[in-house]
Design a protein around this ligand. Structure first.
Ligand code: NAP
Ligand code: G4F
Length: 334
């Protein structure tokens, strides 16, 4: 039975990846941070009630900033595949917490790589969660694996550092290590303070009468939005290749925040402009105007392509958030 270790397993992608690997017969191990209130909500269905383990999933307390703990876990588990998904992944918060963000995003990735290398784990394959944010406002469109990096926030700077460490470990030490350069991907499990989830959750709360207004920042920004479920499959596919590499994972289509508002409010027959106000505090010191990815390399190398459309993604998110607010989605023509 293959063994996988996932950092960031309690996050959006970690939860879908754990489900995918378990469905493929893996024994999955995950690193979780100790929190005063449980942070395993997204993976509780994979665990025995009240325990840190399930039939095919075991959780271990740890933190990617703690080298000694990472080394001990790699030694103990001897994973075939390591997926480094841990991050302070919020771009705006990275402007407020640049040092902490860099410690987790940049040094955390390096510490994971070192733990794998020092274990002499020639059989261990490594996945790094790189991001389209590495391109920033590069003004070349669409972005692919050859597009120069121009990181425009502390989070993106940390991810560029980690990208090059992964490439270096591949070239210098022969590690099977891959960078998935993933463009934005969303789901009903997306954190509440990312724009798509903030919109679908805000919409559901407005319908339920629990919220009056939805406060947003830059509505003109354009993003290439896919579904997290499709994207974790690409992570796994990268590690099944004969050697490591760097791959863009995207849909090839870009939409503005305004478009996403049109789509989600439109699903319930509402006009978002009656409910949305702009809050200047939500504007960033620099924002990236547009991301749009070219995923041809991944399609050619291992046949990956996105399956879920933005319309279906928005519908799933709106329906789930309505249910969370005890509103019956059946009353709408979804
Ligand atoms: P997410 O929901 O914010 O999850 C981040 C995960 O990292 C959580 O499990 C979090 O644990 C964990 N974490 C944070 N700091 C840690 C630390 N010091 N040690 C160990 N774990 C730590 O992010 P996501 O959307 O699933 O994204 C997964 C990865 O892909 C991230 O690296 C992100 O930067 C990258 N990425 C995401 C996207 C996207 O659009 N979603 C696109 C490109 C790249 P807690 O639950 O305890 O907070
Ligand atoms: O949803 P967002 O916060 O995602 P952002 O900044 O694009 O970052 C996400 O995707 C990256 C991949 O490109 C990941 F690497 C990263 O970890 C994260 O998952 O914001 C999207 C856009 C931005 O232009 C932002 O300025 O929406 C705009 N926006 C407008 N109002 C808002 C809001 N963003 C947030 N979070 N909250 C708002 O109220």
């Amino acid at each position: 039975m293959k063994k996988a270790l996932i950092s960031g397993i309690s996050g959006q992608d970690g939860s879908y990846l754990a489900e995918l690997l378990i469905s493929k017969g893996y024994e999955v191990h995950g690193i979780v941070r100790r929190a005063s209130v449980s942070n395993t909500r997204r993976i509780d269905h994979l665990l025995h009630p009240g325990e840190m383990r399930g039939e095919f999933l075991q959780l271990h307390f740890g933190d990617v900033t703690d080298s000694s703990r990472l080394a001990a876990l790699i030694d103990q588990i001897e994973p075939n595949e390591v997926y480094n998904l841990a991050a302070q992944s919020h771009v705006q918060i990275s402007f407020h917490e640049p040092v902490h963000t860099s410690e987790v995003v940049a040094l955390g990735a390096l510490k994971m790589l070192e733990a794998v290398r020092n274990a002499g784990a020639g059989h261990t394959r490594f996945y790094q969660a790189t991001t389209s944010e590495v391109y920033g406002n590069v003004n070349i469109s669409p972005q692919d694996e050859k597009t120069p990096f121009h990181p425009d926030n502390p989070y993106a700077c940390g991810k560029v550092f980690a990208f090059h460490q992964v490439r270096l470990y591949r070239e210098a030490y022969g590690l099977h290590a891959s960078n998935g350069i993933l463009f934005n991907h969303e789901s009903p499990r997306r954190g509440h303070n990312f724009v798509t989830r903030k919109i679908t959750r805000g919409l559901a709360r407005i319908v339920a009468g629990r919220q009056d207004k939805l406060l947003l920042g830059n509505l003109d920004a354009r993003r290439d939005w896919g579904h997290a479920k499709d994207y974790v499959e690409a992570m796994w596919m990268m590690l099944q290749q004969a050697s490591g590499g760097d791959y863009v994972i995207a849909t090839g289509k870009s939409h503005s925040v305004r478009d996403f508002l049109d789509t989600s409010f439109g699903l319930l027959g509402l006009d978002w402009s009656d409910h949305v106000d702009i809050d200047p505090k939500l504007l960033r010191p620099i924002d990236v105007n547009e991301f749009i990815g070219d995923f041809s390399k991944a399609r050619q190398a291992f046949g990956w392509e996105p399956k879920i459309s933005l319309q279906d993604l928005a519908r799933e998110m709106v329906m789930t958030d309505l249910l969370h607010e005890d509103v019956d989605p059946a009353q709408f023509d979804l």
